[in-house]
Design a protein around this ligand. Structure first.
Ligand code: IDC
Length: 477
């Protein structure tokens, strides 16, 4: 885990007046000159703490349009390393770093910008680089880097302005994976805590303006997982209808400042490839429609089972580009082997993922548990895996894996304490009034509309509401 972030933060701005200079320089090239005009400006912002830092690098193309690009810079201190980057392919040789564009962000028109970033480590000192190149051309007119941190009495500059609201989405903005964590717009690890719907085909009357008001305001839920079953009278029977239902719930979550986890709820058959074409169609539609929103997270397959990790990975590597073509910066969550048990329920473990991760950036891996069925051996594996993989508990129950039975309070508490400690986000199965132990609401609640009545909560609902409504204390700088 990261240590407490150092309050200092360094900020370097190249561009502005400098950018105008570069433009002026490109403009004097004779029009007959076949050589492309080049020019660039870079804003490099870091958030650093003892031994580690996150860097955000905004690159602006001031020259002719390019279809792919390579950003280059040199670390001033030999002890600085890129550990894990995103939105580009990162390489380091000695102190020299290059970031090569991905398929989705390679095209940069004149005046267009893109932002990439990485987590780094440092020993010695941690000064920012002061010179950058884009496709070999120096980004001209660099302003000097402040070498001392700003006085602690003034607020440190941030890559994002301070939040203008108090909802989870207003505070945290666009999320992204950083190292093994889910990070907010300030590049700081956060944990989201919330609830999952039951199958939309059965419990639509549980997801109304009134129920979602209660979930957002009274429960203080950070997220709504939208479980769209594919089989069992789900998506496959009415693709347009279920797509609309999901989009409507994304909007309702957004209106209340909650994140929306779009769950392509495959279960039986367990091979995600069975639904590959449906997944591509569905995710093309929802990612195009919701690309501009900051609150959407994509969960591309719920619980693969009876298939190898390499099959799941192959599925992921076909579905993720469909999403990224429309919504390049969204977090995508990939199910794991053995009903999203990291392989444990089928005799494996997370090593198969660590050794063969999905070849895409900004990806997390799913872990599911049911507290009365899954105990210490699963907790131990999650703890072990969490040091190496970004995990998201997109579904869990306080009862047995059947979704029914008595609440196991001791195991549920052990699980939730572990997830809190590791800052692993979670959604509980279910915010519904199904007649089963995992449901948070008593049967009949949804028809009656008595969502805010404490008497409507089951034992599981009471436990989860108590956990979820404690303050989040999301970092804002
Ligand atoms: C269960 C529901 C139950 C429904 C059943 C079949 O609780 O009402 O009849 O699905 O669709 C999962 C699955 C989730 C299951 C849940 C409980 O993701 O769909 O819901 N569970 O069995 N994985 C482990 C447990």
């Amino acid at each position: 885990m990261f240590s407490i972030p150092h309050p200092s933060r360094r900020h370097l701005l190249l561009g502005g007046a400098v950018g105008a200079l570069a433009l002026a320089a490109t403009a004097v090239l004779p029009s007959t000159n076949a050589m492309a005009a080049t020019g660039c400006a870079v804003t490099y912002t870091t958030n650093s703490w003892q031994g580690g830092f996150t860097a955000t690098v905004a690159v602006k193309n001031l020259g002719d349009p390019v279809t792919n690009w390579t950003l280059g810079f040199t670390f001033p201190d030999g002890g600085q390393r890129v550990v894990q980057g995103w939105s580009a392919t990162w390489q380091q040789s000695g102190s020299a770093v290059t970031a090569r564009s991905m398929d989705y962000n390679g095209a940069l028109g004149t005046g267009a910008s893109t932002t990439v970033g990485f987590n780094g480590s440092w020993t010695g000192s941690n000064p920012n680089p002061t010179s950058f190149t884009l496709n070999g051309t120096t980004c001209t007119g660099g302003v000097s880097t402040p070498t001392t941190p700003p006085p602690t009495t003034t607020a440190p500059p941030t890559t994002a302005p301070p939040p203008t609201g108090t909802t989870p989405v207003a505070i945290n903005g666009q999320l992204r994976v950083c190292g093994v964590n889910l990070c907010n717009q300030y590049g700081r690890p956060i944990q989201l805590r919330g609830m999952s719907t039951h199958g939309l085909q059965w419990f639509a009357n549980c997801y109304t303006d009134a129920s979602l008001d209660v979930l957002a305001d009274d429960w203080q839920s950070d997220l709504l997982r939208i479980s769209m079953y594919v089989q069992e009278q789900g998506y496959e029977t009415n693709p347009a209808g279920f797509t609309n239902q999901v989009n409507t719930l994304v909007d309702k979550a957004e209106a209340r400042g909650m994140y929306a986890l779009i769950d392509f709820h495959t279960l039986t058959p367990g091979d995600p490839m069975y639904n590959l074409d449906r997944a591509k169609t569905f995710f093309a539609a929802v990612s195009a429609r919701n690309a501009a929103k900051k609150n959407v997270i994509y969960e591309i397959t719920n619980e693969p089972n009876g298939v190898s990790w390499s099959t799941i990975r192959n599925y992921a590597e076909q579905v993720i580009p469909v999403i990224r073509a429309n919504d390049p910066d969204a977090v995508v969550i990939v199910g794991t082997r053995g009903w999203s048990s990291l392989g444990v329920s089928e005799g494996g473990n997370s090593d198969e993922i660590v050794n063969n991760p999905v070849r895409a950036e900004n990806v997390m891996y799913t872990f599911h548990f049911y507290a009365a069925s899954h105990g210490d051996n699963y907790r131990n594996e999650v703890q072990r895996a969490a040091a190496r993989l970004p995990l998201f508990v997109t579904e869990f129950g306080t009862v047995t894996y059947t979704g029914d039975g008595a609440v196991d309070t001791a195991s549920s508490t052990a699980w939730l304490d572990l997830l809190d400690r590791l800052k692993i986000s979670y959604a509980n199965w279910t915010f519904s009034d199904a007649a089963e132990g995992s449901a948070a609401l008593r049967p009949g609640t949804c028809a009656a509309g008595t969502f805010g009545n404490p008497a409507s909560l089951t034992e599981s609902g009471t436990l989860l509401r108590n956990r979820i409504r404690t303050p989040d204390n999301f970092p804002t700088s």
